[in-house]
Design a protein around this ligand. Sequence first.
Ligand code: ADP
Length: 240
Amino acid sequence: MTSPVLALRAVSKHYPGGVTALYDVSLRIRAGELVGIVGPSGSGKSTLLHLIGTLDLPSSGTVEVDGQDVSSLTDRRLSALRGSRLGFVFQQFHLSDALTATENVATGLLYAGVRRKDRRALAVSALERVGLGHRTGHRPHQLSGGERQRVAIARAVVNNPALVLADEPTGALDTANGQAVLELLKELNRQGTTIALITHDRDIAASLPRQVELRDGRIVSDASADQTVRFPRPRTKDER
Ligand code: ADP
């Protein structure tokens, strides 16, 4: 069996002030999966995203990205892992208005050791993959919201990452554009890209092949076409 692109083992996260945002979370994502991580506000989605994205470290437990235990890496190696093996898509796109679509996408290759002229060719081909081959010279303000998110998706996949993390990728879009972006992510997944999509929207999650549901910092269910696993909620003090 291939090793998972992501393995969380018994991960907890405490914040100063006595807040525990994640309790004992274990999760594996394998190459080729498209997984929705769904939960209401405050359930721990952003915290989980930060840990998976190697932007923060767990208080206990281990996070392995592409076979590497993130707690064992120096800051420099962690940045290299993030830059070369992960792709990020955010709700608010996070594109630079000073750069063209091609240049924005090429920033996804800055840490990959790709030569400048090759960066450009790869960026154009990533834009073609997301249906924006005719918009390569446009700047973000000359593009619609849906097109901007496509540019951000092209930037996330240009380096062939092991895992793309999409944080509420349709949250800033109207229904039609949101649907189109979701379809694009599904199409990229069919072509082999592994994606974790974080959302509060149950309908979006329900349309994905696998859904992991977070509640109060715990995974309460993990469902795919093959099987659904529900995890018992720990009893509260009053119930003991
Ligand atoms: P979600 O993204 O699902 O809304 P979060 O991961 O942002 O959930 O938050 C989970 C819990 O952790 C919440 O109770 C939140 O208030 C708390 N929390 C998140 N970030 C911090 C922080 N930096 N410091 C203290 N508490 C935090």
